[in-house]
Structures are given as structure tokens and as C-alpha cells.
Design a protein around this ligand. Structure first.
Ligand code: GRF
Length: 204
């Protein structure tokens, strides 16, 4: 992608990964603009964060739609309206159907706070601790119709310490997330990612 790419970010909550992407754009690490941030929850802190920065913040409230299909149609409409090239899921807590996935085929990324395919789902850190794993980390992947199941782009590990709680482990992983997500987006925008079945090759 040669010109400035257009990103659309979907976030349900806090928005710290969104912030790391904004920061990477500000320092020129990512050559892109965020055209819109969309949340499925009106109270999402991510919306407040960007509204203050003058980035369009839109709520597509899941509660206002009878079906998942109608909800996703509204999301796609909003992303297309803003001519989005790449959809970034940053703490977006919903599984997308094939309708949405096909609308942005191989153009949707997600971040998950574990080393997939271990510990998918909403409570990764709790599951890691309950299982007794000694290593965790985070994964950036392309999105398919499954839960945290698309082709993996980047992963980085962190240790799990004996005295870890969900909170301390989450904080250690989050630090890595904030570096890895901008890195994966930059690789994509520099045309350095090649999807080959389940494998994503990084071209240098
Ligand atoms: C992150 O841990 C991310 O990996 C997961 O949800 C959390 C979102 O945090 N998918 P934030 O909203 O980006 O601060």
C-alpha cells in the first residue's frame, strides 16, 4: 500500500491498544490515518478517547439491532462510508460472521492476550493461571469466522510468574501488545505479509 492507508478500529472497551496505534501513527511508525472508531457499546472508553482527538467516534449499539446480521450490516456500512482499507479489532468483544469477514476478506486483524491456539476466548489470563501454564503472551492474527482462530501474524511470549494474579499477568502482556499490534499493522501496510493457507509469511 503506497498512499496513506485508511484504518477503521472496532473497540468495545478501554482502548489502550487503540491508543498505541494512534501513538504509532503520530510518530510515523504506521503510515495511516484512523478514519473511524466504532464501538458496539455506548459507554466504551475508546469512543471518549478519540472524540477528544477529533477522530470520528461512532456507536453501533448491538442492543439496537434485532439480529447479528443487521448489526454487522450497520458496521460494514459505517466502515465502507469511511473507505476503510484495514479493519482493526482492538478489544472488540464479538465474533464476526462470514458476512462481515467476507466484506473485508483478509483485511481484518485482531489481538488476543495469549499464545493462540492456547487459551482463546474472553478470559485468557484467568485460563492461563488456572491451567498452570508457565508462559503466556499475545497474538496478532487475521480474523476468520471462528473465535480467535484466523492465521497468526505475530506472537510474543512473556513469563507467567508464581505470584501472578490475572491483573499482573494482564499488565505484563499488555505492555507487549502495545508494541506488537502497531508492528503487525505496519508490516501489513508495507505489503510485507503474505497469507499462505494458515501461515502468514513475513517478507523482508
Ligand atoms: C486486550 O488485552 C486485547 O488483547 C484483548 O482485549 C484487551 C483490550 O484492551 N482482545 P484495550 O481495550 O485495548 O485496552
Amino acid at each position: 500500500m503506497t498512499n496513506t492507508a485508511v484504518l477503521g478500529v472496532l473497540a468495545s472497551g478501554r482502548g489502550s491498544n487503540l491508543q498505541s496505534i494512534i501513538d504509532a501513527i503520530d510518530i510515523g511508525r504506521i503510515k495511516a490515518e484512523i478514519a473511524v472508531v466504532i464501538s458496539d457499546k455506548p459507554e466504551a472508553n475508546a469512543l471518549k478517547r478519540v472524540a477528544e482527538l477529533g477522530i470520528p467516534a461512532v456507536c453501533v449499539d448491538r442492543k439496537l439491532y434485532d439480529t447479528k446480521e443487521e448489526f454487522e450490516k450497520a458496521l460494514v456500512e459505517e466502515l465502507e462510508k469511511h473507505r476503510v482499507d484495514l479493519v482493526i479489532l482492538a478489544g472488540f468483544m464479538r465474533i464476526l460472521s462470514s458476512y462481515f469477514v467476507n466484506a473485508f476478506k483478509n483485511k481484518i486483524m485482531n489481538i488476543h492476550p495469549s499464545l493462540l491456539p492456547a487459551f482463546p476466548g474472553a478470559h485468557a489470563h484467568r485460563s492461563v493461571l488456572e491451567y498452570g501454564a508457565k508462559v503466556s503472551g499475545c497474538t496478532i492474527h487475521f480474523v476468520d469466522e471462528g473465535m480467535d482462530s484466523g492465521p497468526i501474524i505475530l506472537q510474543e511470549s512473556v513469563p507467567v510468574l508464581d505470584d501472578d494474579t490475572e491483573e499482573t499477568l494482564a499488565a505484563r502482556v499488555l505492555k507487549v501488545e502495545h508494541v506488537l499490534y502497531p508492528k503487525a499493522i505496519a508490516l501489513y501496510l508495507e505489503d510485507k505479509l503474505e497469507i499462505n493457507g494458515r501461515r502468514v509469511m513475513i517478507k523482508e
